[in-house]
Design a protein. Structure first.
Length: 254
């Protein structure tokens, strides 16, 4: 099965450059369960087993916990070729409410929870979801680095960070990937994608279709191609809860 948009080496695995985000596989406001959990699980299986998508991105904050449970339900036991990336460090207090929470004790508890929900002994790739301004940045990164040394995280990533923060994090851990918001309508982070390319770091743009706005009027191919043409290190993770939209994503790059 030919992966959509070719492949990229990410967290030690050769995976499809087109990944799948799971944020939309929850209830409204990224809160609670989806209206049809069976359909959500079926979409995950279709992405992996029918379309060759081997990079699935999730987070403990999606639901919270809903998306990780769905990934386990749909795909466990996981194919060896599949990379499951998750994120920790975000506190949810209600629909559409997000608050960075990077205390090392919380990050450790969050990783332990993700391990249980995903049904693994080690997370393939774990991002610091956001920098908590109340906690020293390197304390947060260092907490994930410690968990990596303990064998609970294989690779550590960063989300919503600048090149300067990447450099700081690199003093305590090897940065395996950077996940920032970038799309054709919001191109402000191109400089970070370019910087990551010079450092040999995969760059994973979230909201690559501008939460759907760039997919209108057949714009999916153009929007995804714009990102992929930024460099071979770019691996977008569009999200969807619609099988028809999933097929459109895959077909646009096939």
């Amino acid at each position: 099965m030919k992966p959509p948009a070719g492949t990229i080496t990410l967290a030690g695995k050769q995976v499809s450059r087109l990944g799948l985000g799971t944020m939309r596989l929850t209830g409204p406001g990224t809160w609670g369960d989806p209206a049809d959990a069976n359909a959500a699980a079926a979409l995950l299986r279709e992405a992996v087993y029918e379309h060759g998508i081997t990079h699935v991105d999730t987070a403990d904050a999606y639901g919270p916990h809903t998306a990780e449970h769905l990934v386990h339900r749909a795909l466990h036991p996981y194919p060896k070729r599949l990379l499951i990336a998750t994120k920790v460090g975000m506190l949810r207090t209600g629909p559409n409410e997000w608050a960075p929470h990077g205390h090392p004790v919380y990050l450790r508890a969050s990783v332990e929870g993700s391990l249980r929900r995903l049904g693994v002994d080690c997370l393939d790739l774990c991002y610091l979801h956001r920098n908590d301004p109340q906690i020293p940045f390197l304390d947060q990164v260092g907490a994930l680095a410690a968990l990596q040394r303990e064998g609970k995280i294989a690779h550590v990533g960063l989300s919503k960070v600048s090149p300067a923060q990447i450099d700081r994090a690199a003093t305590v851990v090897t940065v395996a990937a950077v996940q920032n918001k970038l799309n054709e309508a919001q191109p402000g982070d191109v400089h970070t994608a370019t910087y990551c390319r010079t450092q040999g770091i995969p760059y994973v743009p979230y909201a690559p279709l501008g939460t759907g706005a760039l997919a209108r009027d057949g714009g999916t191919h153009r929007a995804l191609r714009w990102l992929l043409d930024l460099g071979e290190n770019v691996a977008p993770i569009p999200g969807t809860s619609s099988p028809a939209h999933l097929r459109e994503l895959v077909d646009s790059l096939s």
